[in-house]
Write a protein that binds this ligand. Structure first.
Ligand SMILES: [Zn+2]
Length: 365
């Protein structure tokens, strides 16, 4: 579809601005618009919610679903994508029998507070594992946690911690280091990539949305917008749907050969326990079909992303949000997940536009 708007106009500078812009755009576009309110408030006392815009018949046999802010702060990108898709007019060009569903900020607390995690320090994309089974142990993270979030942000203790992490990486290799630090862990509630022990608000909200919004659908495609991994501006589709070869092959036929498969470890991300594809799995047993994907846009080098995440976790564990240091750490974490340039936003919109076109074609059959 030709780009008729300046994509930069679809992006925002705060959660509150993004939310207002999303709701206004969806309303003007004629969406069926609802809000699922979060029980807490944002840093400026603003209401938090997952806003839901749906276009097309309620009993449409196919649904294209674009989700944002699974990882809070990454919602700066996802929100821009969702508003940009409406500005491009996709809701007016839906094939017969295909509905478009936009869920704005499934983790509104993380978005508003400029965190990747939610109100419980939980990484939502590690929180969907089955209940009542033993949680996986990440021995690598246990080895390094004390150095990942040292008590002191600066000085000798911090230098020693950084040195120990570098030593660990040199000894075990980059892939093992990545798995240790970002593969997810369930033992350190204040640590990085903590998956949580029970379903969070965002988890329960997503499950309720799946039950309600896909009840009548026979085919669906769920695309979850992420940032922070991979080359600057590139958007990698990372498959987490039906774990059969046939279903993955079908997804590639729809979206292209550059779709990677998370559980096979063929993409940028290491395999994850409790990822967001899991709550969709019961649908396959009900004879519904369709891919579930993350769409991961590259920002800055992973060393910088990790440094910003460590700083943010340190800030919420030991530091003060209302300080120059706190504000600098917040600016930094936003910058590593949201490249605030017209070029990057343009790349993001062009890639999403391309994949949305392909997904709609696939859904239309
Ligand atoms: Zn993410």
């Amino acid at each position: 579809m030709p780009m008729t708007i300046n994509p930069a106009d679809a992006f925002s500078q705060s959660y509150a601005e993004a939310r207002a812009k999303f709701r206004a755009t969806a309303q003007a576009a004629g969406a069926d618009l609802t809000a699922l309110k979060h029980p807490m408030l944002g840093p400026n006392g603003e209401e938090l919610a997952c806003d839901v815009a749906r276009f097309g018949a309620t009993d449409a046999p196919a649904v294209l679903w674009i989700n944002s802010a699974t990882h809070g702060v990454e919602g700066y990108c996802g929100s821009g994508v969702q508003i940009g898709l409406m500005a491009l007019g996709w809701h007016r060009q839906l094939p017969a029998g295909v509905a478009l569903l936009l869920t704005h900020a499934i983790n509104p607390h993380g978005f508003a507070w400029t965190r990747r995690v939610n109100e419980d320090n939980v990484d939502l994309n590690r929180n969907f594992g089955p209940q009542g089974v033993a949680l996986p142990v990440n021995p690598g993270y246990a080895d390094i946690h004390q150095w990942v979030i040292p008590e002191a942000f600066e000085g000798a203790q911090r230098d020693a911690a950084d040195g120990a992490l570098e030593h660990y990486r040199a000894q075990h290799g980059d892939r093992a280091f990545s798995q240790a630090i970002s593969g997810g862990q369930f033992a350190y509630p204040k640590g990085l990539f903590y998956g949580g022990l029970t379903p969070t608000w965002s988890n329960r909200t997503l499950r309720a949305l799946i039950d309600r919004q896909l009840a009548q659908a026979k085919r669906f495609c769920f695309i979850d917008i992420h940032t922070g991994l991979g080359p600057l501006g590139y958007g990698e589709p990372s498959y987490v749907g039906d774990p059969t070869e046939a279903a993955f092959a079908e997804c590639r036929r729809w979206l292209g050969d550059d779709v990677s498969w998370l559980e096979r470890g063929t993409g940028q991300s290491t395999p994850l326990h409790g990822h967001i594809g899991l709550p969709f799995r019961p649908l396959y047993a009900q004879a519904k079909t369709g891919p579930v994907l993350g769409l991961e846009f590259g920002t800055l080098p992973s060393s910088e992303v990790r440094a910003a995440l460590r700083a943010d976790h340190w800030l919420h564990t030991y530091g003060s949000l209302d300080s120059d240091q706190g504000r600098a750490i917040k600016r930094r974490i936003r910058d590593v997940f949201y490249v605030d340039t017209d070029d990057w936003k343009h790349q993001v919109m062009v890639r999403t536009d391309e994949l949305v076109g392909k997904a709609l074609k696939g859904l239309a059959g």
